[in-house]
Design a protein around this ligand. Sequence first.
Ligand SMILES: Cc1cc2nc3c(=O)[nH]c(=O)nc-3n(C[C@H](O)[C@H](O)[C@H](O)COP(=O)(O)OP(=O)(O)OC[C@H]3O[C@@H](n4cnc5c(N)ncnc54)[C@H](O)[C@@H]3O)c2cc1C
Ligand code: FES
Length: 369
Amino acid sequence: MTVLILKTIFLITAINGVLAVLLVIAERYLANYGECKIQINDQKEIQVNGGTSLLSALSSQKIFLPSACGGRGTCAYCKCKVQNGAGPLLPTEVPFLTQTEIESQIRLSCQVKVKQDLQISIPEALFAIQKFDSEIELIQDLTYDIKLIRLKLLEPDHIQFKAGQYVQLVSQPYGKVKGSVQRAYSIASPTYETGIVDLMIRLVPEGICTTWVHEVLKEKDHVQIIGPMGDFKMHEGEGEIIMVAGGSGMAPMVSLLSDILCKSGQRKITYFFGAVTKRDLFFLDEMAEFERKIPNFTFVPALSDPQPDDGWKGTTGLITVPLANYLSSIQTDKAQGYLCGSPGMIHACISVMKEKGMPGDQIFFDPFG
Ligand SMILES: Cc1cc2nc3c(=O)[nH]c(=O)nc-3n(C[C@H](O)[C@H](O)[C@H](O)COP(=O)(O)OP(=O)(O)OC[C@H]3O[C@@H](n4cnc5c(N)ncnc54)[C@H](O)[C@@H]3O)c2cc1C
Ligand code: FES
């Protein structure tokens, strides 16, 4: 009897599996949705080929929505309001949408497929996002696993952005990677350098885009970026500024500091940079230069696991330790926090900041996950 039940379950599962595969094949190769219209903000109308994601359909018409994960449905940056034509909410969208967003017809544009005419709303500011052709002017090792790449913009030949924003780098097929992907990288260059874009890219083992950057890209190669995107930026305030970063989280901090330097503000700034050993530290000369030029700026690198031959005499411990010690010694109720790097480090530091009395709505961050 048990064997019969098991056989029946196996048979039903197998039939379901075959049907699902057939549906996917039919959807991919047989379904033809023809031309579809997308009406945007009740003003503009574009014509696209049906069958792709809303995100791709918009980008084919040079309308770029933020999409840090490159359409994989993991970043939730690509939200937009779809009033008509999107079909039912998909299970892949549900974890990323609040009840209020669902009621307001917000969808993940990388998950919504264009099968019929659509009516959508997107913020006007997104029309300023462009695709740039560029040439790699410089590739430089910052550490054993972080490279600086400098892009000289060709067409368009300049970019307007706010310090803290990011661009999406479009990778090319290489080796066994047959397709192109897009990944987000924060701009490290100053806002006044409008003809170049500096990126700091940390190698992620097995990572598609970072392996391409570290192992394939070379100077003079042509690459495309899309941007600027993101709302990580400096906010008005009177209290002390606390910056925290690790690894390539250094990138937007350099751009923010260059902006602060130009505006010659008087606010006290303390920047905690977390690293494991001395070989993970970089841009120390640039930080010393900022310390010389920006009044009240202090850079605090901390090593969590200094090696004997590092000869390290500076701060040690996880970055949360010096951060907590420092916050205990200052007035925190007006302080602002700016954090960039791995989601784990960011969330641990945000907890410390809140415990020490920093207002939650004055803590700004960009997790690189
Ligand atoms: C707003 C924003 C700004 C960013 N800015 C920068 C930046 O300035 N410099 C930078 O180096 N990165 C930055 N990132 C991360 C970057 O976008 C990519 O996620 C990262 O470079 C990995 O891309 P990949 O294609 O090589 O790896 P993938 O092929 O996407 O991933 C391979 C594997 O690694 C895991 N993974 C993905 N990203 C990371 C990561 N960062 N650390 C550890 N494991 C990971 C994935 O889960 C997957 O299992 C930023 C991310 C965001 C959202
Ligand atoms: S592009 Fe990342 S979730 Fe849609």
